[in-house]
Design a protein around this ligand. Sequence first.
Ligand code: NAD
Length: 282
Amino acid sequence: MAIILDGKQTAKKITDELKLKVQNLDKKPSLAVIMAGNNPASEVYVKNKEKKALEIGFNSIIKKTDENITKEELLKIIKELNEDDNINAILLQLPLPKHLNEKDFLDKIDPKKDVDGFCSYNLGKLLKNDSPYAIPCTPKGIIRLLDEYNIDIESKIALVIGRSNIVGKPVSILLLNRNSTVIMTHTKTKNLENLTKTADILICAAGKKEMIKKEMIKENAVIIDVGITRDNDGKLKGDVDFNDVKEKTSYITPVPGGIGPMTIAMLMENTYELYKIQKGIK
Ligand code: NAD
């Protein structure tokens, strides 16, 4: 019988603890979110991040810009936030408007304020297993949820579907750093089903609605579903066909209520940790 990995509850526990820690600080940690343009999904995400930040007791600054912002103007905003001692964490909301390339901006964020952990310095440190200032929030949230339920990672076969810089690659590295045997898969992978059937831990981050069916998984596998797509009646769906696979799994995340809330909780934790690094607090 599958155990549901309750991301919502675990995230609440993490943010409740942060709230208590923030009460004892002289100055509040500040999270700045840059929102270039008006992507409707991003607007919802940014609003949720702000709500959670304020609930914990952080300052929340949203720098909303016009859709047509130039590269130079956006670089200027990043520079000002880097130089502002009142700002501890900077998040550049993705995707950017089409005429801008995220590669031109992510490395311009001060690594000590890079709350998403997407700059080359922090990703390089992650690759070397050498204390990055921040670890990307979704991958960090996945590992935290596995740990919360005492799920063994070491020596397990972990298969990751998806190789994006924000989920697939960093979560593969985190699993490797925890001595898992990692299989990375993507759209060019052949016979995916033969591989997924070998996985003790299956992490799905493809963004393909309900692509994982019960024939594709190993008996008693641990299933982490990162995917979020909306079906025709507006309901959120994961990459995993939850009802089809549930009985065959040992642990499984729901969508929604799994990795989504863990991602926001890790963003809040990263904000607090960057604040501590900047203030020299142990
Ligand atoms: P992406 O589009 O950048 O990457 C998707 C990856 O999946 C690619 O590497 C691609 O090769 C692979 N892929 C796609 N279809 C595949 C298939 N049929 N077989 C094998 N590989 C396949 O996406 P992303 O930004 O990594 O996000 C992935 C999903 O996770 C999306 O649904 C996104 O909305 C969701 N997401 C959720 C959270 C969260 O907080 N829950 C955070 C980030 C992303």
